[in-house]
Design a protein around this ligand. Structure first.
Ligand code: SF4
Length: 367
């Protein structure tokens, strides 16, 4: 495994899923996120299969996640004006929190509100669409061994009980030959198995903050996409994985077979996936560090630390990192966009890529 961290493997799996969903079959419109789930269970990679037309309607509500409190308001907002306590189902918690959520929803133009005396009335601006088709969880184990196989069996048992995911896959890196058959046999039969070959290609470089102080952020990040230099690292493409075993549905009858609370929790996960995507590592890492780069990996981009000479983990790439070197303020003034320097350019590039992925999903011609 050339990547130094499972984090890097996870990013490549996310990009593969974005390029090639559904593995080994006809394409399905889907968005991809990572590190989502519930308090009891967090999935490495999450694929939300969507209905394209309904997804386009969801995008009308904006690009940010609609959190659980807002969902309660937005999903049940009536077509005609009504007092919010008459219109919305009993939340099971104090109404004053619902009232706060009503105001937040109105501030984001998710609903309309008006005051009638001392009562707040609301109505919907548009119906909230039924955009989520299926939720698929992928566990990433670049080095599959017996303990990983056993752990997945336990996790899958939980997934079946919880009924949150429709399908679970294991992604593991090929070691040259096939994955050891004995390990595959020990996996739960419900789990699909995907072997990846991310090491076989070459990669280009780099959106390098330190080198780019006199260029502008767009040029720097465009270089990251255009570069063809080889340095023998990893790559990701739509054919970078092989299906070893197809999964089975964990829940029959879809949402009809689930209780309303589970349906709501699934929607909350889907909303978080929608708002977060898988490239949001720039929110917690330090693209504003002089050593932070984006390195090309086939049809994907992965973070790279020039000081460490490798892909940093999400945890170590922080303000507490001993090698952290904030970009100089002058980088943000000499020809850089007024809103920031190279770090802002990297954030902007990753956000644009998330937008492009969303736009592709809602375009039926793309599928
Ligand atoms: S030096 Fe530290 S903070 Fe800077 S890019 Fe590398 S890991 Fe991140």
């Amino acid at each position: 495994m050339i990547l130094d961290a499972e984090f890097g493997y996870e990013l490549l799996v996310c990009r593969y899923a974005e390029l090639a969903w559904y593995p080994g079959a006809d394409p399905r419109p889907a968005i991809v996120s990572r590190q989502l789930g519930t308090r009891e269970r967090r999935w490495d990679t999450v694929v939300i299969e969507v209905d394209p037309a309904a997804f386009a309607a969801r995008r009308q509500f904006g690009e940010r996640t609609i959190d659980s409190d807002l969902l309660h308001v937005v999903r049940h907002a009536p077509a005609d004006w009504a007092w919010y306590r008459d219109a919305l189902p009993d939340p099971g918690y104090p109404w004053r929190y619902v009232r706060q959520a009503v105001h937040r929803a109105a501030d984001r133009d998710l609903i309309a509100t008006r005051r009638q005396g001392n009562r707040i009335e609301l109505r919907r601006i548009r119906p909230y669409p039924d955009w989520v088709e299926r939720i698929v969880a992928i566990e990433n184990k670049p080095d599959l061994d017996r303990s990983a196989a056993d752990a997945l069996a336990d996790q899958l048992a939980h997934d079946v009980d919880a009924g949150l995911a429709d399908e679970v896959w294991l992604a593991t890196e090929s070691t040259g030959g096939r994955v050891e058959p004995a390990l595959l046999r020990s996996m739960p039969v419900e789990a699909g198995i995907l072997t990846t070959r991310f090491e076989e290609g070459t990669t280009g470089s780099v959106a390098a903050n330190a080198e780019a102080s006199t260029a502008n952020a767009e040029a720097s990040t465009a270089n990251a996409e255009a570069s063809t230099a080889n340095d023998g690292a990893v790559t990701v493409n739509s054919d970078a994985a092989t299906v070893e075993w197809l999964p089975s549905d964990l829940v029959s009858n879809g949402d009809d077979g689930r209780d309303p609370e589970t349906v709501t929790r699934r929607l909350e996960i889907a909303e978080r996936a929608y708002g977060k995507g898988w490239r949001s590592y720039h929110d917690t890492m330090r693209p504003d560090c002089q050593h932070f780069e984006l390195r090309r990996a086939g049809r994907g981009l992965v973070p790279h630390c020039a000081a460490k000479g490798r892909l940093p983990t999400a945890r170590e790439c922080a303000g507490s990192c001993p090698s952290f070197a904030p970009e100089p303020p002058q980088w943000r003034t000499k020809g850089w966009p007024i809103e920031g320097g190279p770090g802002a350019g990297i954030r902007s590039l990753l956000d644009r890529r998330r937008e492009r992925a969303r736009s592709r999903v809602e375009t039926p011609d793309g599928w």
